[in-house]
Write a protein that binds this ligand. Structure first.
Ligand SMILES: Cc1cc2nc3c(=O)[nH]c(=O)nc-3n(C[C@H](O)[C@H](O)[C@H](O)COP(=O)(O)OP(=O)(O)OC[C@H]3O[C@@H](n4cnc5c(N)ncnc54)[C@H](O)[C@@H]3O)c2cc1C
Length: 503
């Protein structure tokens, strides 16, 4: 059931009417690629009941978006198969559509939209989706509603966005208990909704079968056909849930102390859930719920929230430090980026968001001599003098992932080795979005901008190129962590990839 408390998650995408003559309520999945734990579906169910119309769920995979590749297409199509199964199990009318060179979305979608009484869609605040929603709102004859199912706390409940985690944290803590109580439905059902059988199902829908995926991928135009899927990374909700379960068993108990250590995926203590979160295959709410209930010694309820730790990055959510440490990343740090984009749809994806001290410091050191200068091509091909950096870059290219601590080092070094901060930003944005499964996300920008001083403070002593921006080095990374197993893992990946890739 959709609670009135969650109306704050809903915003109008246009000022058009609900069409009486419309055949159905249409929920167009563009970001939350799941049915469970989805406020957008919950609200669509509520509207179908209210207007006594069948509910149709339409999920599309577009082909030629910026940075598209077979890697991303396959991840998305695997997800689509899982949503089709989920819809089948829970009785929803589900129309999955995959765009191919002979079946363009723009040709198919008008006939689906024109029969809708009302369209509901995901309010994802980044990449091409806000602009897409705006155009959709203009082109529709009926009302468009956008629903935020991005996190536990509705983004609209914050008055503004925040430049520092420490400023957001107490506000997030204040909102958490109530938001958590009004979470989305873990098991939505179509039972009781008007019968969708009367609605004619369009031809040309994806059958939702895994064996069809290669055939579709061959017909999907994309920007980077050479970027292949990584066999160790399977898309979809089922895989996301499997990873969550494994993380709770083997990663969470060590998270606080060990999640920063770069390790092979079999021994990492981080969750590896970011790609599933990015594509909405798993929800932040359900991860929070699973993690809070994961300690058999603690019967967790919101009464255990510890207000004496309000605003602190430890101690607030749970007596277990690992749970707190993980939730601070998943809630505070993740929400910082989502809020930034949600609050400023015209947010400029460049260095203009940096605090004044960082802008000034970078400017003062703009002309400093760079000890090493690399072109974008050299960086992309991992051709630097630095073996730790090269390994991180190879991990990104080969697997579509990079561990968080190395990702920070990776970004800092590009700032150090590029001709200017602007060039460094643009290389980082491009490489991150092109190769990473979790790229093109608000977190991509908060992560990249952090390397340039955003959300951080000035550091001393002042250095060449960096000025007062926090500096990181591969030598200190190698001293801080035992990198041998990680470097051996990357070497084995490289050997498996064949001799030419980084030749
Ligand atoms: C240069 C750079 C680029 C980055 N690009 C991306 C990106 O494209 N997409 C992306 O999701 N994250 C990005 N990050 C943030 C962070 O590296 C990843 O979220 C994290 O490594 C994902 O791994 P995990 O799921 O195992 O994280 P875990 O440690 O298990 O954390 C759980 C979840 O919390 C969130 N989270 C964790 N750390 C951060 C953080 N520092 N900032 C914001 N949210 C966080 C993520 O959603 C993550 O999945 C970037 C960081 C840097 C420094």
């Amino acid at each position: 059931m959709f609670s009135e408390k969650n109306l704050i998650r809903v915003r109008e995408g246009n000022r058009k009417p609900v069409l009486e003559e419309g055949e159905y309520i249409l929920y167009w999945i563009r970001a939350n690629r799941r049915l469970a734990w989805n406020h957008c579906l919950d609200y669509s169910i509520h509207l179908a009941q209210k207007f006594k119309k069948p509910l149709v769920i339409f999920e599309s995979v577009m082909m030629d978006f910026e940075w598209s590749s077979p890697r991303l297409h396959q991840f998305l199509l695997e997800g689509l198969c899982d949503t089709a199964e989920e819809a089948d199990r829970s009785g929803f009318a589900f129309w999955p559509f995959v765009e191919t060179i002979d079946r363009r979305l723009e040709d198919q979608i008008p006939s689906i939209l024109e029969k809708a009484a009302l369209v509901v869609t995901d309010d994802f605040p980044c990449f091409f989706l806000p602009e897409h929603a705006e155009k959709l709102g203009e082109s529709l004859k009926c009302k468009l509603l956008l629903v935020d199912s991005n996190s536990v706390t509705p983004l609209a409940s914050y008055e503004k966005d925040y430049s520092y985690a420490r400023v957001l944290r107490p506000r997030l803590h204040d909102r958490f208990a109530e938001s958590y109580l009004f979470h989305s439905d873990p098991k939505p059902k179509a039972k009781g909704l008007p019968d969708p059988k009367k609605v004619s199902r369009p031809d040309l829908l994806f059958a939702g079968k895994r064996e069809d995926i290669p055939k579709y991928i061959q017909k999907m135009k994309c920007r980077f056909p050479e970027i292949r899927p990584f066999p160790g990374r399977i898309g979809g909700r089922k895989e996301g849930l499997k990873i969550l379960k494994e993380f709770i068993r083997t990663g969470l108990p060590y998270y606080s102390e060990e999640h920063s250590e770069p390790r092979p995926p079999t021994t990492t203590k981080a969750s590896s859930l970011s790609a599933y979160l990015h594509f909405g295959m798993i929800s932040a709410e359900e991860i929070v719920n699973a993690v809070l209930g994961s300690d058999p010694k603690v019967d967790w309820s919101p009464d255990l929230l510890n207000s004496s730790y309000r605003g602190k990055n430890a101690g607030f959510f749970h007596p277990n430090e690992n749970v707190n440490s993980f939730l601070d990343e998943l809630l505070t740090w993740r929400e910082l980026g989502y809020l930034l984009f949600y609050r400023s749809p015209s947010f400029r994806k460049d260095l203009s968001i940096l605090p004044d001290w960082a802008k000034q410091s970078l400017h003062l050191h703009r002309k400093d001599k760079r000890e090493y200068l690399y072109s974008k091509e050299e960086l992309e091909n991992a051709k630097t003098h630095d073996p730790v950096w090269n390994a991180a870059q190879k991990e990104l290219v080969l697997t579509g992932s990079m561990q968080n601590y190395l990702r920070m080092l990776w970004g800092k070094k590009i700032l150090e080795w590029a001709r200017s901060p602007e060039e460094a930003f643009s290389i980082l944005e491009d490489l991150n979005h092109k190769y990473a499964y979790d790229g093109r996300d608000p977190n991509s920008y908060t992560g990249i901008l952090w390397c340039f001083g955003a959300f951080d403070r000035p550091w001393f002593p002042e250095r060449a190129v960096f000025g007062n921006i926090r500096y990181m080095s591969s030598d200190s990374t190698a001293k801080k962590f035992k990198l041998k197993p990680y470097l051996a893992y990357i070497k084995s990946l490289e050997e498996g990839a064949g001799p030419d890739l980084f030749a």
